[in-house]
Design a binder for this molecule. Structure first.
Ligand code: GDP
Ligand code: MG
Length: 742
């Protein structure tokens, strides 16, 4: 077929008064024909023109603001696109009303028709001081944009050429996939899958569009769907009803409104910077834009953001202290109650140290997660989170991450003292799976509230002079490690382009209390129900590792013998009370000394038992490796225990150094003990701190990584990867320091 024989069908679409008819007349001149669409009174204008030997047939569609089924005009325009399948839709847009006009454009793109934009009335825009950068607009929308002045016929040839190019490039329908937020997206995806599976109306509409229309309760699409497959339509409607209910409950709104908000958000993101100089403001967006002038201001924006983040941090970690304390107290009480009713032995130890401590560990996080999600839900529902991400995106992009990664890092301990569990869960605001994975793999490098006391204990022992500086250095190091490793991960195993930052800035809205509560509760329940079961199992496993196989009989007997020796040297009455391991209420120096000797003995026995346990043997076995970074079995077993929860490192070191149960807030004696130990010096301490900072996240975090990434693979990966990284850096520090003679 030669080019001269080609005929193309183009449709002209646009809002009323955008200059559609003027442009149509300018292009077709006298070669036009006015009729009616069959059966209705809506006028149908068709015209012909020729360009480079091709015949172009143009149809002037009725002017519409939208592609819903509310008016006859919209239905006619929509049906024409779907049934007549013009090769290109020339979308005429009023440049002086760009933001509002783009609402139709976005819907055309969502429908998937090939679009060429005529940016009309640029003369009017210019006379009002508005300049629009067409190339950038074209790049962001992914369609040709041609400036025109229809009244003077300017730009019509360039426009037609662009349309012919698109028509002859063989571009097929490619629907734009917008996100409509966390409440709609998953349901939409499910519906889309069903529609594709059953081929419902797929000859007419893209599946996602059909799903969207069913959510919007579009009468026409529903009618056609019912005709084609009544059973499936009912199923889809049921799904849609669920979403509608949910949105009504949580956001006090309707899917249509939420969808429209996201379209406006998309547009407002699109026009954000570098497209319109001095733009017109729509009513819906007016207030939002006013607020944004302050909140995303180059200078004040970051300051306000820091203040807001600091607030979130305060709320999450300060206000949760009290309820966390209640939970701890309740579980401690439960533990001592179980201790008092159960006979001494492995069952008691399992119930108290395995089950109650394990479950307590999980439940203890709940107040923290509750407040964190409440704060995030608030920032998300108001629309602020999108703004923060927008401001931070440029920095994070350098490291292959996304503006939304910031929240996860901060919560995980970016300001020392967070927690990686809610941090990992906060990566949900990320949409690209690569960026999300990279974030949830590196966020645990931050210094969480459980690592801080361990680091503080080591700092107190070896860096007495400059404690604050050391803590600050470690916080900075955590950021450097997290960002650099994210970059490495993103350029190797998770290589791939950064997703274009589809900035969607929905208008600000005031969230409802009920909506916040429901959103928060959904997330907490997920945490408790899914993480809880796995966590219990692993907590029991770790308990078993540190308890079994127990001391061999002859060693136990030897300890028992020594105990009897001490007891036998005492008068009768005191002996029985000491045997019952009660502290006698006396200041008799003989008795006090004996009591001290006895508890010393049981600590030594505990140390022996720990060394003899599976975990202890692992610690000893690991010395082959850990020698490289200067750790002996005691440190190793503490690190193994630290997998249960990082604060366990202190208590395990306490047991390993025969200090008994050392609590985080009274770790001074451990500090002193380590200071005197020949194994430890500032260099080993620094290597240990870096190791603790970087090595495998605790298993609660790992469980969350598994859940968030949807696969065990990433949980195991993070354990192995982080530990290897930790080992390499600790070794480099230790060996490097020794070479320098430290
Ligand atoms: P329609 O409703 O989209 O068909 O819009 P019309 O073609 O009827 O145009 C509406 C008004 O805008 C008319 O008065 C046109 O003369 C005017 N108009 C159309 N295009 C332009 C343009 O590019 N520049 C200026 N200044 N006026 C225009
Ligand atoms: Mg008209």
């Amino acid at each position: 077929m030669s080019a001269s024989a080609k005929e193309h069908l183009f449709a002209l679409a646009g809002n009323p008064n955008c200059g559609k008819t003027t442009l149509f007349n300018a292009i077709t001149g006298a070669r036009q024909h006015v009729g009616n669409y069959p059966g209705i009174t809506v006028e149908k204008k068709e015209g012909l023109c020729s360009l480079d030997g091709r015949t172009l047939r143009l149809v002037d569609l009725p002017g519409t603001y939208s592609l819903t089924a509310y008016s006859l005009e919209e239905l006619v325009a929509r049906d024409f696109l779907v049934h007549e399948r013009p090769e290109v839709v020339i979308n005429i847009v009023d440049a002086s009303n760009l933001e509002r006009n783009l609402y139709l454009t976005v819907q055309l793109l969502e429908l998937g028709v090939p679009v060429v934009m005529a940016l009309n009335m640029v003369d009017v825009a210019e006379s009002r001081g508005i300049r629009i950068h067409c190339d950038e607009l074209s790049r962001r929308l992914g369609i040709p944009v041609v400036p025109t002045v229809a009244r003077r016929g300017e730009g019509k040839e360039a426009l037609l050429r662009a349309a012919v190019d698109v028509a002859e490039s063989g571009r097929r329908w490619e629907p734009l996939r917008l996100s409509y937020g966390a409440d709609i997206d998953p349901a939409l995806q499910d519906m889309e899958r069903l529609i594709v599976e059953k081929g419902l109306l797929t000859d007419l509409y893209p599946a996602r569009w059909t799903a969207l229309k069913i959510l919007e309760e579009d009468e026409q699409v529903l009618g056609k769907a019912r005709e084609a497959d009544p059973a499936l339509t009912d199923e889809l409607l049921a799904q849609a009803a669920k979403v509608t209910q949910h949105i009504q409950k949580t956001l006090d709104s309707y899917p249509e409104a939420i969808i429209a908000d996201h379209r406006y958000g998309y547009i407002s993101g699109l026009l954000r910077e570098g497209i319109v100089e001095q733009r017109w403001r729509g009513d819906r967006l007016h207030l939002s834009d006013q607020i944004d002038r302050v909140l995303t201001n180059r200078f004040f924006g970051p300051l306000i953001m820091l203040a807001i983040l600091y607030g979130v941090y305060q709320i999450t970690f300060t206000y949760s202290e009290v309820p966390v304390g209640w939970f701890e107290a309740a579980f401690a009480a439960l533990g001592s109650w179980a201790e008092s009713v159960l006979p001494e032995g492995p069952v008691r130890s399992l119930v108290v140290s395995g089950i109650i401590d394990g479950v307590g560990g999980v439940v203890g996080f709940v107040p923290l997660i509750f407040l964190m999600f409440l704060a995030i839900a608030f920032l998300e529902d108001t629309g602020y989170l999108a703004r923060a991400a927008y401001m931070l995106d440029r920095v994070f992009r350098v490291f292959g991450l996304h503006g939304n990664s910031f929240m996860a890092f901060i919560i995980s301990g970016g300001i020392a003292g967070g927690c990686a569990v809610p941090g990992v869960m906060a990566t949900r605001t990320l949409r690209s799976s690569r960026e999300r994975l990279a974030t949830l793999l590196t966020a645990p490098f931050m210094n969480c509230g459980a690592k801080v006391p361990v680091l503080a204990m080591l700092i107190a022992a070896f860096f007495t002079e400059n404690r604050a500086q050391m803590m600050f250095l470690l916080t900075m190091l955590a950021w450097v490690f997290a960002l650099v490793l994210a970059k490495i991960i993103r350029s190797t195993i998770l290589r791939g382009p950064s997703t274009p930052f589809l900035l969607e800035l929905p208008p600000y809205r005031i969230p409802t209390f009920k909506g916040l509560m429901i959103h928060t509760w959904e997330r907490i329940w997920q945490y408790i129900s899914k993480a809880g079961t796995i966590i219990l199992a692993i907590s029991i496993l770790l308990w078993a590792l540190m308890t079994f196989p127990g001391l061999p009989e002859e060693k136990r007997a030897a300890f028992e013998e020594k105990r009897q020796e001490i007891l036998n040297a005492l008068p009768e009455g005191v002996r029985t009370s000491l045997e019952a391991s009660e502290t006698p209420e006396t200041s008799d120096p003989v008795v006090v000394q004996a009591a001290a000797a006895l508890s010393d003995l049981s600590r030594q026995e505990a140390t022996e038992a720990l060394k003899h346990s599976f975990a202890g043997r692992m610690g000893t076995g690991l010395e082959i490796f850990s020698r490289w970074c200067g750790f002996d079995w005691r440190t190793n077993v503490a690190l193994v225990g630290g997998f249960a929860a990082k604060e366990v490192i202190i208590s395990t070191l306490g047991t390993a150094y025969s200090l008994g149960d050392v609590e985080a807030d009274e770790s001074l004696s451990l500090s002193q003990r380590l200071q005197k130990d020949p194994h430890w010096n500032p260099l080993t301490a620094f290597a240990a701190m870096v190791f603790i900072m970087l090595y495998s996240p605790c298993f609660v975090t790992v469980t969350c990584i598994v859940k968030e990434s949807g696969s065990w693979k990433w949980g195991l990966f993070s354990m192995a990867f982080n530990t290897v990284v930790a080992f390499l850096f600790a070794t480099a520090i230790y060996q490097g320091g020794r070479l320098l003679g430290l």
